[in-house]
Every structure is written in C-alpha cells, then in structure tokens.
Design a protein around this ligand. Structure first.
Ligand SMILES: [Zn+2]
Length: 134
C-alpha cells in the first residue's frame, strides 16, 4: 500500500495517509472539518494529459514574432545604407559642382532611408503586438 498526500480543504493542514483513505471521509484533527481526501500527487495510473493546444500556438507566435523583428532589423539597416549612400553621392556631386545631382541623390537617399526605417518600425510594432496577443 502506498501513501497519499493531501490537505484539509478547509484549513489546508497537510496530511499523509494510506491510499485506502481515499474511499472514506476523514475528520481534520485541527479544524474538525469532514471531507473526502483528494491526493496532491496523482497516482501513476492517471491518464496522460496532452499539452493544451495553445502551447503549440504560443511557440508559433514566438517564432513568427522573432522572424518579423529580424526582418525589421534588416530593413532598417538597408534604409540606413540607402541614406548614407545618398549622402555620399550628394557630397561627391557638391565637390564636383553638380548641384542638381547633389539635390536628387540627397533627396532620394534620405527619402528611401526614411521610408525603409518607417516600414521597419511598423514591422517591429506588429511583431510586438503578435507577442502581446498570445
Ligand atoms: Zn482542517
């Protein structure tokens, strides 16, 4: 015979008794509450409980969110690169005395950079919201 552990449902007094007590009513020695003992550690014959389906979904969401954050990181770096390239071309054009090229390259470089950076931030936000929704 193995012992089972249980608490008094009223005063939570921990108790240990033979498995047989499961089929009897007990009286708590402390608070004199009458109750059926419910084992804390379930017997080994307990049916296997599959993990709730939300656990699998949670993993998916975390993966998706991490992927989105990664993508956003790449986008913002490309945006930074575009802005830097635009400024470089602008600088060279100014040295060469070509104002028109300088304005166009600075404008398009900064514009593209800002746009990519903005998109990256939106993706970051979306990924964070995904994490919150779990
Ligand atoms: Zn009790």
């Amino acid at each position: 015979m193995s012992d089972i552990k249980f608490n008094c449902p009223k005063c939570q007094r921990p108790m240990v008794a033979d498995e047989q007590v499961r089929f009897h009513t007990l009286i708590c020695p402390d608070c004199h509450h009458l109750f059926f003992p419910i084992a804390k550690d379930l017997p080994k014959t307990a049916p296997f409980m599959p993990p709730p389906p939300s656990a699998a979904r949670l993993l998916d969401v975390q993966k998706q969110s991490a992927g989105l954050h990664h993508l956003a990181g790449i986008l913002s770096r490309v945006g930074l690169g575009a802005a830097a390239l635009g400024m470089l071309v602008c600088f060279l054009a100014v040295i060469g005395g070509d104002e028109r090229t300088a304005v166009i390259s600075a404008g398009s470089g900064l514009g593209a950079g800002a746009f990519l950076y903005l998109v990256a931030q939106l993706i970051h936000i979306r990924a964070s919201v995904l994490n919150l929704e779990k």
